[in-house]
Design a protein around this ligand. Sequence first.
Ligand SMILES: [Zn+2]
Length: 270
Amino acid sequence: MPELPEVETVRRTLKNFILHQEIESVEIRYQKIIDGDVALFKQALTHQHIIDIDRYGKYLIFILDDYAFISHLRMEGKYNIKPTGTPYNKHDHVIFHLGNGNDLRYNDTRKFGRMMLVDKDNYRHLPPLSKLGQEPQNAQFEDIYEKIHRSSLPIKTLLLDQSILTGIGNIYANEICFRMRMDPRTRGKRLSKKRVQELIDISKEVLDEAIAQGGTTIHSFDANGIHGLFQVQLDVHEQKTCSICGSDIKKITLNGRGTYYCPVCQKRRY
Ligand SMILES: [Zn+2]
């Protein structure tokens, strides 16, 4: 599942290919991808130019002349660029025919991804984006501390709660706990102010490093399209031995998610 760094990589790559293009028409082959009125979505986008692509958390926001729409890739969503007329893949669900003779094709084997028209000038302050917490890159300490300090939930579960910090998924939550040298089961209320500040700083650091790696790994679309998934250097997620002490990495299930940690380096304090 793409997390913030992967979605950022998709954004940057897409911008190189589709900026300033006119959407001549939109074809929707699986209606449920569109949240809201499908006819209105098609009508609004037709003959609009793609002015910019923004991102918040794991959402892409396509900014057009008069409208904007958001796209969430969920589990398997990805984009392809293909010359118009190329036969469709059976999982191509939304096709934007562009003015330059190419299609931007949204492909999604699991069909969980969603697109939705949003208010171009105010999307950040309306649902669903208004329900999201801050990105680690711009997080306000007091707000994050308040939410973490009053919770008895494990810190890893809190890292996955998109209303506290947004953009972190299971892989990076494991990595952040490892870099904190903190047992992922540690309860939020056990974290001091100093540790919460570290948590914000390390979250930012881990995501920034992954964005940088994505930028160097992915330069364009490959045969499989742009999904942003790239090989990131991971310290603990799906690893066998700890890169610091050499102990075996343990795997447990926490709130239904595979959780990896080093029992020696990530001390139990809860
Ligand atoms: Zn270790």
